[in-house]
Design a protein around this ligand. Structure first.
Ligand code: GLA
Length: 390
């Protein structure tokens, strides 16, 4: 793999000194959806697929970026100090946004760079290919400029780049999971305080399976921002009586007693999801620690129902995939993962049932929707890093 990428690099940029290789994973969230920007908890893990980033310093100030995933966009070129968002720079606005974050801290590259990107996460599938590009770029620039910025700060800078440079008001979950992920563990993160705790993923006789519905999340960004505003309005209404910072501060009982303060019915439903999903996440992690996989799976199912009925971010493809999974033998739990509106589901499936799961779910889903799904058995990997090769 690495040799192939290096050959590709030399083909694109010409032979020279050996490029350095950086890697950032994708992520899958096990439970705690649309809770991060509501001051709640999330429970994601990093994958072993992600974005590779090969880099060699140039002698001039040019930045030349090429992605093997967007070959039709060709070589993207700009001066290292020309860090304006440009529509035509397309995917390269992600690394550019991260460079801008460094420049805001007064950190500039001394030389321009030749950079080759290659990602083996499906794009637009809700596994955070964009946060993966951001973190691969952040770790790379941190190393090249010998800046020693700590990991959490790189995570925050990447989220800030996505919020300000790209214009998507995402929470911190994706960048955090990708920057801080740990092999064979999920991470329970309190998105309000950023306190976190790793949880070894020791499933007994089961594995995690990601099912890609093949439906891309086209509307995601606008609807995503809409959900954020609905929750913010609900919070404002609740704050007229309650001394709270976020929806994540509420217990189920407190929500029940005070939900009448939320003026708009839709906002009330959105807030209900945010509050209960946060509580579910904490319960689910407790169950996993106690070895109760069935209990964890049940809460995953409840999470999906809440995302479908109260938060309304699923859509017919995600619902079809999850409902098919629920009926198959050996499925302990199944839900949509990520922003929603398309993309992937995540399921806990007994090892002995995985092959049947993939063939049955594949066939039924295709019949119901006309789309061809893909399945991946998840391997949980480490967070973003340089790959030292010999
Ligand atoms: C996207 C965002 C995250 C999070 C999820 C939903 O992946 O980038 O911050 O809000 O959606 O849980």
């Amino acid at each position: 793999m690495h040799t192939q990428l290096i050959n590709q690099f030399n083909e694109v940029f010409g032979k020279g000194t050996e490029p350095r290789i950086f890697f950032a994973p994708g992520r899958v969230n096990l439970i705690g959806e649309h809770t991060d920007y509501n001051g709640g908890h999330v429970f994601p893990c990093a994958l072993n697929v992600g974005t590779y980033c090969l880099v060699r310093e140039r002698s001039d100030q040019m930045m030349r970026l090429y992605s093997m995933n967007f070959e039709d966009k060709g070589m993207i070129e700009f001066q290292a100090d020309d860090l304006l968002y440009k529509e035509e720079h397309d995917w390269a606005n992600y690394p550019k946004g991260v460079l801008k974050e460094f420049s805001l801290k007064g950190i500039r590259l001394i030389h321009g760079l030749d950079v080759l990107f290659f990602g083996n996460i499906p794009n637009g599938a809700g596994l955070s290919s964009s946060a993966s590009i951001e973190l691969a770029s952040a770790v790379m620039i941190n190393e090249l400029t010998r800046s020693s910025i700590d990991r959490l700060e790189l995570v925050k800078m990447s989220q800030h780049a996505e919020n300000e440079f790209i214009g998507v008001s995402c929470g911190i979950m994706d960048q955090f999971a990708i920057g801080m992920g740990r092999k064979d563990s999920a991470v329970l993160l309190n998105c309000q305080t950023l306190e976190y705790q790793y949880s070894p993923l020791e499933l007994k006789d089961s594995v995690l399976v990601i099912s890609n519905t093949g439906k891309r999340r086209t509307l995601a960004d606008s609807k995503y921002n809409e959900r954020r505003s609905e929750c913010e309005r609900a919070l404002k209404n609740l704050q007229t009586k309650l001394d709270i910072h976020s929806l994540g501060d509420l217990t189920a009982e407190e929500f029940e007693e005070n939900q009448h303060l939320i003026e708009n019915e839709t906002d009330r439903k959105r807030a209900k999801h945010a509050v209960l999903e946060n509580i579910r996440t904490l319960q689910a992690v407790k169950k996993l620690h106690a070895g109760d996989e069935e209990g964890f799976g049940q809460l995953m199912n409840d999470s999906h129902l809440s995302l479908r009925d109260d938060y309304e971010v699923t859509g017919k493809e995600l619902d079809a995939m999850v409902e098919i999974a629920w009926k198959l033998p050996g499925v302990i739990g199944s839900r949509m993962t990520g922003a929603g509106f398309g993309g992937c589901t995540v399921s806990i499936v007994q090892k002995s049932a995985v092959q049947t799961f993939i063939s049955e779910a594949g066939a039924v889903y295709k019949k119901e929707t006309g789309l061809t799904p893909e399945f991946y058995v998840v391997e949980v990997g480490d967070g973003a890093r340089e790959i030292i090769h010999i």
